[in-house]
Design a binder for this molecule. Structure first.
Ligand code: CBF
Length: 824
């Protein structure tokens, strides 16, 4: 019997209904009582009550999408850094206030319950968090979309700091269950691996390839509903968990081989066991390639299943219905996989299959770092995915013969460069090249980055296909990164510009007219002060360090990497410390430098930098001589939920990468939106932030992209800067002493070595003097409260461009060509 579609109004709950639902779930879902329930049980009961709403809307969305048979985007990403979902879902369903009141009547604080939720840390950093913002925006804008990824049992490691050093601990985000995910056994997929390829005669007379797999792995889907703001559309994020095809081998088990019978199960489950904690290199090669293939193959099967449900084996509509975005090179193997399915399983001829593939895929590049453009050895590919290697050879041969040869006749050097196969002692498959060749669009993530992708990384491809290369500047969801994390500022904005700003962030621009208004400045800065006071308590609780909200809160939060230059921040703090020791009256406003950062476990220098920051912190924070003018805080276990506390409290946003290395950055957008001034290089999205806010409202310093290139071309010698700047020299020499590591001289010397003997590849010393000047400027500005307030208000009010809804609309207009689908 057909049921009537429920409207948003039918679904809306009031406080009493929500309260009753929470209590009912506490008893019937959690099996406990109001008297006995732990905070965790209350949180889960609240989530269960909210899920009643979520599921109704999810079903409604899926039925509408099915009925309308709409074109959809399938966002393939090895990482989704979702963070916590409770507050986000409540806000997006317009239930936050109602829930706060309902729980209040039960004697509970919603914010305390939210703290019970472990972060879903299925990503390393910017790339994974971007994917999370994008699926939020897709649902908000009512676009049919599915996110596809891996259901890692352990997300990014939990970082502990012991004696200043990073210790990695496993992250078990779902050890006690996660109320936001739904297992979908009805959509399990089976994936082949290893084995060999046989050529046989096909039914239609010609030759046909058959892949005889050596092993099969089961992919079990877990769906995380993605609630759009307003609650109209609820899309899904589908994450695949690996399991053995057969639970275990009964014969072996019965014969007494209890351990052996479990071996295959353990091996299969390893595939989705851990997220690789390194976003810049390809470690654990075989497992990593299998991970990538596993989730891509499961996703392609899922896409096929859904398509065939409506269209059967008629693939003429496939490219019109299906768009697939490759989030970096990690899901590249989806291209040969779709070719394999179309040619080998669906019997399409090569040209027809390629015409489909080419229209379906597009690729986003997120970095120019050569080590991040993945390459897999041909022999590994041949072992794990023998049929895919053949397909890649075929794609490559056709590309070189049909496109490269006519354009550059006889030019073997260009052929070698553009080939998917890198020749050499170890032949390799270049996934970046495969992505560009197999995608109809290739985009970078900020204007400057896209320009460099086009001109420096893939210039010949851009010559072949000028219309293929484009830019989509990143963005962040203002729902999580302002409405939810900074409620006071959100309320102020709603009062001044109306309640639409979470959807139309551009509306904030009208606030610039109050940038000079004393009363508004006062309101804005009072909110910042409250956020800083809250952070003071968090810092004390997490680190034991006392800081004052009077000080400037100077924040650098991001993965630890030499190109992001935490070491520049570090040596500048050391220089300030020296100035204060030399002259206790050195004129500066008190400053708290706050870091949050994880280093890849195998990245020794990055871990040394964390150690140095902590050792510097111990010394500086306990030195009475400097009268509290300088404090250094390293916040352990940086993650999304911690970012939500740090960002609203930041006065200064450190965005100090070597120009040309940070593709975009998104922390820069979040901090500016929450009223911080960027101290930054002309890199990534900093350039566009400065354009929006006005360069005079940012502290821009250092070499620009062209200057970096020309200094490198001239031959950069860090010793020139070391000898020319006595303060810099003194700071670097400090690393050799035991000043920060009493009794253990030289423990920090690796940092100095990397900056001098190591050649300082990221030009830290070259930018030191101008960085130091920019900090002086910040200090001067801060001491003029009206000037500071004006600048931070302008920064916050002009970040409308960096709404991830705008990014998604750009993807839709420039790449995906979707139509929004009215669900509610
Ligand atoms: O585009 C999202 C982010 O991706 C990275 O984190 C990445 O993993 N390559 C970049 O480093 C960031 O610049 C970028 O904002």
């Amino acid at each position: 019997m057909a049921t009537k579609k429920k409207t948003d109004q039918d679904l809306q709950l009031d406080k009493d209904q929500l309260k009753a639902s929470i209590v009912r779930h506490l008893r019937s879902t959690l099996g406990t009582s109001e008297q006995k329930a732990s905070p965790e049980a209350w949180w889960k009961a609240t989530a269960a009550a909210v899920n009643e709403q979520v599921y109704e809307r999810l079903t409604r969305t899926q039925q509408t999408h099915f009925k309308k048979d709409t074109r959809a985007i399938h966002y393939l990403s090895a990482e989704f850094l979702m963070g916590r979902l409770t507050s986000n879902n409540l806000h997006n369903l317009s239930l936050y206030k109602i829930c706060e009141e309902a729980l209040g009547e039960l004697g509970l604080e919603l914010t305390d319950l939210c703290e019970q939720e472990p972060d879903m840390a299925l990503g390393n950093g910017g790339l994974g968090r971007l994917a999370a913002c994008f699926i939020d925006s897709l649902a908000t804008l009512n676009y049919p979309a599915v996110g596809y990824g891996i259901h890692y049992e352990h997300g990014l490691f939990r970082q502990e700091i012991q004696d200043g050093r990073q210790i990695e601990r496993p992250d078990s985000w779902r050890e006690y269950g996660n109320p936001w995910e739904i297992c979908r056994p009805e959509s399990v997929q089976e994936i082949p691996l290893y084995g060999y390829v046989e050529t046989v005669f096909g039914d239609k007379g010609g030759l046909k390839k058959v892949w005889h797999a050596g092993r099969k792995i089961k992919g079990v889907p877990w769906d995380i509903p993605v609630v759009g703001f307003g609650g109209h559309t609820v899309n899904i994020l589908r994450l695949w968990e690996s399991r053995a095809s057969e639970f275990f081998d009964w014969d072996v088990f019965n014969a007494g081989g209890y351990i052996d019978s479990q071996a295959e199960k353990a091996q299969a489950e390893t595939i989705s066991k851990v997220l690789y904690p390194n976003d810049e290199t390809d470690a654990g090669k075989e497992l990593r390639l299998i991970q990538q293939y596993f989730f891509c193959a499961c996703s392609i099967k899922d896409i096929m299943r859904r398509y065939k449900r409506v269209h059967g084996s008629d693939f003429r509509n496939f490219a019109a219905q299906i768009a697939i975005q490759l989030n970096d090179t990690h899901p590249t193997v989806a291209i040969p996989e779709l070719m394999r399915v179309l040619v080998d399983e669906e019997d399409l001829n090569w040209d027809a299959a390629w015409a489909i593939c080419y229209q379906v895929f597009s690729y986003t590049n997120h970095t120019l770092l050569p080590e991040a453009l993945e390459k897999w050895s041909v022999s590994l590919f041949e072992k794990v995915l023998p049929r895919h290697l053949e397909i890649i050879y075929e794609i490559n041969a056709r590309f070189l013969n049909e496109l490269v040869e006519p354009k550059w006749p006889g030019n073997d050097a260009i052929k070698a460069k553009l080939s998917i196969i890198e020749e050499g002692d170890v032949r390799k498959v270049r996934m970046g090249n495969l992505c560009v060749i197999g995608s109809c669009k290739v985009n970078g993530v900020a204007e400057i980055h896209s320009k460099l992708v086009k001109e420096d990384l893939f210039p010949e491809y851009a010559e072949l296909w000028p219309e293929k290369m484009c830019n989509v500047t990143n963005g962040v969801t203002p729902r999580r990164w302002l409405l939810a994390c900074n409620p006071e500022l959100a309320a102020l904005y709603s009062e001044v510009v109306g309640k639409e700003w979470p959807l139309q962030l551009d509306k904030l621009r009208s606030v610039t007219k109050f940038a000079d208004d004393k009363a508004f400045q006062q309101q804005f800065m009072t909110i910042k002060r409250h956020n800083k006071e809250k952070l003071v308590k968090v810092i004390k609780a997490e680190t034991g360090i006392d800081v004052s909200a009077e000080a400037i809160f100077d924040v650098q939060i991001k993965r630890l990497h030499e190109y992001k230059r935490q070491q520049l921040n570090l040596i500048h703090i050391m220089a300030l410390y020296r100035r204060l020791l030399a002259n206790p009256d050195y004129d500066m406003h008190p400053r708290v430098f706050i870091f949050g950062s994880k280093a890849a476990p195998g990245y020794k220098l990055a871990k040394d930098i964390i150690y140095a920051i902590n050792k510097l912190a111990e010394r500086v924070n306990n030195d009475a001589r400097i009268q509290g003018k300088l404090k250094v805080v390293f916040m352990p276990n940086y993650r999304v939920s911690l970012a939500e506390k740090l960002i609203p409290a930041a006065d200064v946003s450190e965005q100090i990468s070597t120009a040309g290395y940070e593709a975009s950055g998104t922390g820069n957008m979040k901090m500016a939106l929450n009223g911080a001034i960027t101290i930054g290089t002309l890199d990534g999205a900093n350039i566009e932030i400065a354009e929006e806010a006005g360069a005079e409202n940012c502290a821009i310093f250092g070499l620009n992209v062209d200057e970096v290139k020309s200094l490198k071309a001239r031959g950069y010698n860090p010793y020139d800067f070391y000898y020319a700047n006595s303060e810099l020299k003194a700071v670097l020499d400090w690393f050799d002493t035991d000043y920060f590591t009493p009794g253990r001289p030289g423990e920090l010397a690796s940092i100095k070595r990397s900056l001098l003997e190591g050649g300082d590849p990221y030009l830290t010393l070259a930018d030191f003097a101008s960085y130091s000047e920019a900090h002086k400027l910040i200090d001067t500005w801060y001491r003029d409260p009206a000037l500071w307030a004006k600048k931070v208000i302008i920064n916050s009010a002009t970040m409308g461009k960096f709404n991830s809804d705008r990014s998604i609309q750009d993807y839709v207009d420039r790449i995906w060509k979707l139509k929004s689908c009215n669900v509610g």
